[in-house]
Design a binder for this molecule. Structure first.
Ligand code: ATP
Length: 298
């Protein structure tokens, strides 16, 4: 049984497709690759395996791409969903979606379950979607799943056949049929731009207990990112080091966009048979682009 919102990754991503971020890659290898690839080493040393990892940092700086690369590197199933897709205005429906997602993750184990923008569904109590009621039940369902107490999706389906709008008091979480489940080969990786919005209960030891900051790229990283995104292009007289220096504040996504815009600009000014991108093309486009995030958002 597959939930339609859930993305199952097929195309592998390599660590080499991600520029810079050497320290972050290493942290991810330790937190994600090691426990999934070498569980016996953890058992032998009596080390608990991390159940959850949080990546945080400004948007467009490769959080999602990093997790895809980690999944590809350890050849495990990669399931991804956006936190907002787990939200539903109907009683019990968000819990059912979470239960389904975890059930699918267990079926595909070993598995990385990636929840992007997790703050949109389990933000601090009272904030975000739908106010306290839904949020609290969604949070407790997610925590239960992480703690190894799942909800039987089959039973839930029967009980939520008639969807009641939120606020209906006739269903409480204690009505839900629960069972112990083995989540040891499911690693939850969550991403957010707003770690301050997450409920503390999610960040306790044994739940999401590894937190990794994914920063804006520095000049050296920008240069690597520019190399990656111009791999297919022929450059003439362009110093990517100069471009890296001129793009302070640009995210990886901004740099990818810059390269695309430069190619389009070259096509439009020099015609469809243009073969090389020149410094002029880069300078023209750079004068029109700005970093997508402002200092205040960092
Ligand atoms: P969001 O918070 O908006 O979900 P994100 O941090 O998850 O963003 P990604 O979706 O991984 O970022 O990256 C967006 C795009 O930017 C990707 O297509 C990726 O190719 C490019 N990109 C970002 N950072 C890098 C990088 N360090 N190296 C190469 N490409 C990058």
């Amino acid at each position: 049984q597959r939930h339609s919102d859930l993305l199952v990754e097929q195309r592998p991503v390599s660590w080499e497709d991600i520029g810079g971020l050497a320290e972050v890659k290493l942290q991810l290898q330790q937190a994600v690759e090691w426990p999934l690839k070498h569980p016996q080493a953890f058992t032998r040393l009596g080390l608990p395996r991390p159940k959850g990892v949080l990546l945080y940092g400004p948007p467009g700086c490769a959080k999602t791409t990093l997790v895809r690369a980690a999944a590809s590197a350890c050849h495990v199933t990669f399931l991804a969903i956006n936190g907002a897709q787990l939200y539903s205005p109907y009683v019990g429906d968000s819990e059912r979606k979470i239960a389904e997602v975890f059930e699918q993750a267990r079926a595909g184990a070993p598995c990385i379950l990636f929840i992007d923008e997790i703050d949109s569904v389990v933000g601090r109590r009272g904030a975000g979607h739908g106010g306290g009621g839904v949020q609290e039940r969604v949070l407790s369902t997610l925590l239960n799943e992480m703690d190894g107490i799942g909800i039987r999706v089959e039973d839930l389906k029967r009980s939520s056949e008639k969807l009641l709008p939120e606020g209906d008091a006739s269903v409480t979480s204690s009505d839900r049929p629960q069972q112990e489940v083995d989540n040891s080969d499911v690693l939850l990786v969550a991403a957010t731009n707003r770690p301050d919005m997450l409920d503390d209960a999610l960040l306790r030891p044994g739940r999401i207990d590894r937190i990794i900051y994914v920063p804006l790229p520095d000049e050296q990283s920008r240069l690597s990112i520019l190399h990656i995104h111009t791999r297919q292009m022929t450059l003439e007289g362009v110093s990517l080091s100069d471009i890296a220096r001129l793009t302070d504040g640009f995210t990886g996504a901004d740099l990818e966009n810059l390269c695309r815009e430069v190619a389009l600009h070259a096509l439009s000014v020099d015609g469809l048979d243009v073969e090389r991108l020149t410094k002029r093309h880069f300078i023209d486009v750079l004068s029109t682009l700005h970093p997508s995030i402002s200092q205040g958002q960092l």
